[in-house]
Design a protein around this ligand. Structure first.
Ligand code: 5AD
Ligand code: SF4
Length: 455
């Protein structure tokens, strides 16, 4: 930290006024959490955070690579910053995250985006101050490729975007290599944080009034399987649950192949773990699951769900589905629809398969035409809409505990919040409700949200 302050003094001198940093995030919660670190480090270096790129002295773009669309969006945004930099010549542009952790994208940024000053992979997030310093002192562009096994960095400053909801990474990376997925290639191998570090962080958050804490990992069930952790994920969760206070714990993401009974038992008997489970199914066809390298069958998935519902009848279940994986037949797709009817998910995140360079699925035969993918995707959404509506109708008139997030962005005459099951609730609230639990009763529902009033 002391070194950071020394550097920040130099930035101030160079600019004559406190410099401003704009951090833009694409992608998942892990990226949100990384950006909170990048913002924290920028602040520690003397930057003031701002929310307009045209006013910034430093722009950091934290990119995603999960689908082609995400990469296109990130690249076009970086493209727009060329003009901003032309108007503010001292501006520094840094690009990081999953997209830049691929060698071909690193090269692309080097050669086709000459105004980008600093590019680094997901493994170098915590080295941001050192890299920025390197760029400034050496006066040249820096490109830092992904390291597969970077050392675990603790104690990084974090600028949290909320004072009552927090992300806590428990592990980084993924060893699963699902055949469609770029994550293992851009986030390296699994590395668990120490149990003590996680406990200390969560304890601190609860003591500072955080109400909703989500434990993050690409596959949280693998927590502790590498050298880093001294217990498995159910043990970690049980220990965190013992921290006294009025808060909810959540976690994501779980892989169905290792969502164990032990984990479900810990959830069911806990005081703080929300009865909410995100369990990505991806496909209802065993043949597609096999070719996705998912290592479970539809029947095994149903068994897990049955046990979960036995132990927690009120559990809210959400899932991810990929439509149009290579070789997906109409019968395979029907099997997915069938699983939707059997499981009846509260919420579904559906994606059209997007080939990712370097993954096995991208080289598979029988890529599905876009029109077929779209038609299946629309059918999936229509079925889920009907199921979601039916499930939400059952919640009408019951008291629900909702953590209030403030005035709704989509409907400024109402406040919004999230139920324990992570459903969006809209109601007439007041500024005093923000960051607090309120008791809410729904009078109306659609497939995606509940509308009602405080009790
Ligand atoms: N194409 C489409 N969706 C994908 N996902 C991961 N990789 C791809 C891909 N190549 C989806 C999966 C995963 C979620 C985070 O993104 O459903 O669970
Ligand atoms: Fe990707 Fe599979 Fe790892 Fe999830 S478990 S990040 S889908 S490879």
């Amino acid at each position: 930290m002391e070194r950071m302050r020394v550097r920040s003094a130099r930035y101030r001198e160079a600019n004559g006024a406190p410099p401003r940093a704009f951090v833009l995030t694409f992608g998942c919660q892990q990226n949100e959490a990384d950006s909170e670190k990048l913002s924290g480090m920028a602040q520690a270096m003397g930057y003031t955070l701002c929310d307009r790129p045209d006013e910034a002295d430093l722009i950091v773009v934290n990119t995603c690579a999960i689908r082609e669309h995400a990469e296109k969006k990130a690249l076009s945004t970086v493209g727009q910053y060329k003009h901003l930099k032309a108007r503010r010549p001292g501006m520094i542009i840094a690009v990081c995250g999953c997209m830049t952790s691929q060698a071909h994208r690193l090269e692309e940024l080097k050669h086709r985006y000459p105004y980008v000053d600093l590019v680094f992979g997901t493994s170098a997030v915590e080295r941001f101050p050192e890299l920025l310093d390197g760029h400034l002192t050496q006066g040249r562009r820096l490109f830092v490729p992904l390291e597969e096994q970077p050392p675990m960095a603790e104690g990084c400053p974090v600028c949290r975007s909320s004072s009552y909801r927090a992300w806590v990474s428990v592990m980084y990376g993924c060893n699963n290599f699902c055949s469609y997925c770029i994550v293992p290639y851009v986030r390296g191998r699994e590395r668990s944080r120490s149990r003590e570090a996680i406990l200390g962080e969560v304890r601190g958050l609860v003591q500072s009034g955080y109400r909703d804490i989500t434990l993050l990992g690409q596959n949280v069930n693998s927590y502790g399987r590498d050298a880093g952790g001294s217990c498995g994920f159910p043990g970690l969760l049980a220990e965190l649950d013992r921290i006294p206070g009025d808060y909810h714990l959540r976690f994501m993401t779980s892989h169905p192949k290792d969502a164990s009974r032990e984990l479900i038992d810990v959830m069911a008997s806990s005081a703080h773990v929300a009865h909410q489970f995100h369990l990505p199914l991806q496909s209802g066809s065993d043949e597609i699951l096999r070719r996705m390298n998912r290592r479970y069958t539809a029947a095994q998935y149903l068994e897990t769900v049955a046990y979960m519902r036995e132990r927690m009848p009120d559990v809210t279940l959400s899932s991810d589905i990929i439509v149009g994986f290579p070789g997906e037949t109409e019968a395979d797709f029907e099997a997915t629809l069938d699983m939707l009817r059997r499981v009846r998910f509260d919420l579904l995140y559906s994606f059209i398969y997007s080939p990712r360079k370097g993954t096995p699925a991208a080289a598979m035969e029988h890529q599905i035409p876009r029109a077929v993918q779209q038609e299946r995707f629309d059918r999936l959404l229509a079925l889920q809409k009907q199921i979601g509506q039916e499930i939400n109708n059952n919640l009408l008139g019951r008291p629900l505990r909702v953590l209030c997030d403030g005035v709704s962005k989509s409907n400024p005459s109402l406040y919004s919040g999230r139920t324990e099951g992570n459903k969006i609730a809209f109601f007439e609230g007041s500024p005093a409700d923000v960051g607090q639990f309120v008791t809410f009763e729904a009078a109306r529902a659609d497939a995606f949200a509940l509308y009602g009033h405080k009790r």
